[in-house]
Design a protein. Structure first.
Length: 239
């Protein structure tokens, strides 16, 4: 299933080819069977069709994989910093070196080159900057140390425990299971990333200012109420 986290890199649009106004566009892109799904290259003047397929409502896995393959293989991903993680780390790189102080969680997903689980999860959680997801191949030394099952596998590290994982899978992982575990272990949706206060901001001064403004607003309200009452009384006298 395609989640909201994909919105930074993927836009969805629907076109009714049964409408005469759209027939020229549908013919241009050779939409012959319905429903059809077409993936277009990002950032090009011409709508270049990279892939096309006839899909049914139940083909959610097929639709998701098609979008993933397009994003992973699309050249524009190499220009976006938050998609640089699509490239697996080298076998010489240490997992412990990937955990930096600005991260809350480091999620390491081990998968073969023909799998797209890590890319799917990475896109799902794009909205959480303190969560980093990296791709590692099973021939990395850490895989043999941590796991005894076939890939995909996952290990999660926390900032307060960077030396050893707080979680490691004990069976072959699927998308829904991975997403749920990340939610639980990394407290997604419960952790608030606080923005730093502006330099020189005095909390006491802010409090006094708010009280002053509130007091002035109350006085204005009372004055308006008195004027309204006076006007109503004068109208009654005239009547």
């Amino acid at each position: 299933m395609i989640s909201k986290g994909w919105r930074k890199v993927l836009r969805l649009a629907a076109l009714n080819c049964g409408n005469e106004k759209n027939m020229a566009l549908c013919n241009k892109h050779e939409a012959r069977r319905f429903p059809s799904l077409k993936y277009f290259h990002f950032y090009t003047n011409e709508a270049e069709v990279l892939s096309s397929a006839h899909v049914l409502q139940k083909d959610t896995d097929k639709i998701t994989r098609m979008a993933l393959e397009g994003l992973v293989n699309d050249s524009f991903t190499k220009q976006l910093p938050y998609l640089s993680q699509f490239t697996p780390i080298s076998n010489d790189e240490s997992i412990s070196n990937l955990m930096t102080k600005d991260l809350l969680c480091l999620v390491v997903i081990y998968q073969e080159s023909n799998e797209l689980l890590a890319e799917h999860i990475l896109l799902d959680f794009l909205a959480f900057p303190r969560l980093k997801i990296v791709i590692v191949r099973p021939d990395h030394d850490s895989y043999k140390t941590l796991f005894q099952h076939e890939p995909p596998a996952m290990a999660i590290y926390r900032l307060n425990r960077p030396a050893s994982p707080i979680y490691k899978s004990n069976h072959k992982m699927m998308h829904d299971g991975v997403a749920e575990i990340i939610q639980q272990k990394c407290l997604i949706g419960q952790t608030v990333i606080k923005k730093p206060a502006p330099v020189g901001l005095n909390a006491a001064l802010v409090t006094r200012t708010l009280k002053y403004v509130t007091s002035k607003m109350r006085n204005c309200y009372r004055t308006l109420r008195k004027q309204q009452t006076q006007i109503v009384s004068e109208v009654h006298l005239l009547l």
